[in-house]
Write a protein that binds this ligand. Sequence first.
Ligand code: SF4
Length: 285
Amino acid sequence: MRVEIDERSGFCFGVVRAITAAEEALKQGSIVSLGDIVHNPIEMGRLGKLGLRSIDHTSLRNMRCGKVLIRAHGEPPATYEAARDNGVEIVDATCPVVARLQKSVSKAYEEMQAVNGQVVIIGKKGHAEVEGLLGHAEGNAIVVENVDDVRQIDFSRPLYVLSQTTQSPVLFDGIVDEIRSRAHAGITVRNTICREVAGREEHMAEFARSYDVVIFVSGRNSSNGRALFDVCLQANSCSHMIEHEGELNREWFENARSVGVCGATSTPRWLMERVRENIVEIKNN
Ligand code: SF4
């Protein structure tokens, strides 16, 4: 049986950069991460053994001194102010792509204020990156998660539309079409989906179609993971999502001649390797 790992699955450069920053900081002393650095419990366990602990915003407000890591998703300006007020040193691992988008949101917000317009962010409500982006529009942008959500928009006002970096391109296009069809005033649309993830859906569908069985490795709390797994499932109904090798089921491989192992932008390569080795072992025993 052929068992292969998708070469394009796994950490994007923003996540690699944040993990490297955490590992480097840990070599010099203690540091906490504001939220999980990556939406993968297994990788968080590995970093935990190195001494990394996650805190939330309430803990940051109560923290005095020390070091906090801002992960790739970025943070609103209020977080930087809270850290400064408490004498907490920041190690900023905001992905450069997200940092650029934050600046774009601030600029769009300024432009829209001047013309009584609205900033629209196509993204997931409550997602850390989206919360950070909202902060760059003083909390006054509209977050649109699906086509139904466009009801929140006042279409008589000018609109400036941007996207969360990990948004599905298909969903983005669908929502933008709906907004354009209803808008009466001026509208600016910027597709700000990260190029690291933009082509992954198409590639993932092609990958999933090439194997009898697909094993998708991801933390269940990863929104990118859930979206990419849906793509796999649509392309190949014999797709299974697991968090770690302990969830593999022997029955999935009974009649399989080929198995593809893939994952989300938050899935470490070493974990996919471990899953692959376990599948080979299951098949050989
Ligand atoms: S998906 Fe893109 S924008 Fe988001 S962290 Fe990775 S590289 Fe940065």
